[in-house]
Design a protein around this ligand. Structure first.
Ligand code: 6PG
Length: 232
């Protein structure tokens, strides 16, 4: 049984976090494509993942073998600037030859319930993922799993309503599915996250702490977000 550890990696700043994440993603992709001819990654929204996407846009990789999924999406029109899929396209995917049919956006424009239902079928063939990328909000949310919200344990994709971060309607993979990956990378940067990171390290039951990962999780954080408590 692999150890379900949370491994903490502290970097000087958010750019260094993004560089390390991009390096890990590229090297896992090489291994996956060598072994199985395909690489499956789940993307996150948020500012720190976006920095990683901008680095990947300039990288050399066997893009035709990459398959791109999303951990969560906001229920907005498909071309809305606040969509996670649009951010990933603009920062990265529009600049590399990943085939369009390999990019599996969550159809959140259809509403949370219908989108969740359809995305469940999409991820069926993709689990376990090679890499799941996540961010963390100041309240400890990750993907669109927010503190205090309950979801049916049987669901792999949740329709989310009343999210405290706009927009209120969202779609999110479950914590179990998000942990079902060879590598789970959680990117956290900025002093505004410090208190929450300290709580996480103390064992608080935050949504982000609920992602355990079949091989544990790697938290890549910058010095500003690092509480300094506990050993890295
Ligand atoms: C979203 C994201 C969300 C994000 C965190 C961290 O749809 O908003 O998926 O979970 O990753 O809020 O975002 P920042 O890196 O911008 O703090």
């Amino acid at each position: 049984m692999p150890e379900r550890a949370t491994r903490w990696h502290v970097f000087s700043d958010a750019d260094a976090v993004a560089r390390d994440a991009a390096d890990r993603i590229l090297s896992t992709a090489v291994d996956a494509i060598e072994t199985r001819g395909i690489f499956r990654i789940v993307l996150a929204g948020g500012t720190t993942p976006e920095k990683t996407y901008r680095l990947l846009a300039g990288a050399d990789a066997d893009w035709r073998a990459w398959h791109i999924y999303f951990g969560d999406e906001r229920c907005l029109p498909a071309d809305d600037a606040e969509r996670n899929s649009l951010m990933a396209a603009e920062a990265w995917l529009d600049h590399v030859p990943v085939p369009a049919e390999n990019v599996y956006a969550i159809p959140a424009e259809l509403g949370a319930a219908e989108a969740a239902r359809r995305y469940d079928a999409v991820i069926s063939d993709a689990i376990p993922f090679d890499v799941v990328l996540l961010g963390m909000g100041e309240d400890g949310h990750t993907a669109s799993l927010f503190p205090g919200q309950r979801h049916a344990a049987t669901e792999r994709v949740h329709a989310v309503h009343d999210a405290p971060k706009p927009p209120p309607d969202r779609v999110s993979l479950s914590s179990e599915v998000l942990g079902n990956a060879q590598q789970v990378l959680i990117l956290v940067a900025g002093a505004s996250k410090q208190e929450t990171v300290a709580g996480w390290r103390r064992g608080e039951a935050l949504p982000v702490a609920g992602i355990t990962g079949r091989n544990g999780v790697d938290v890549l954080l910058d010095r500003a977000a690092d509480s300094g408590s506990g050993s890295p």
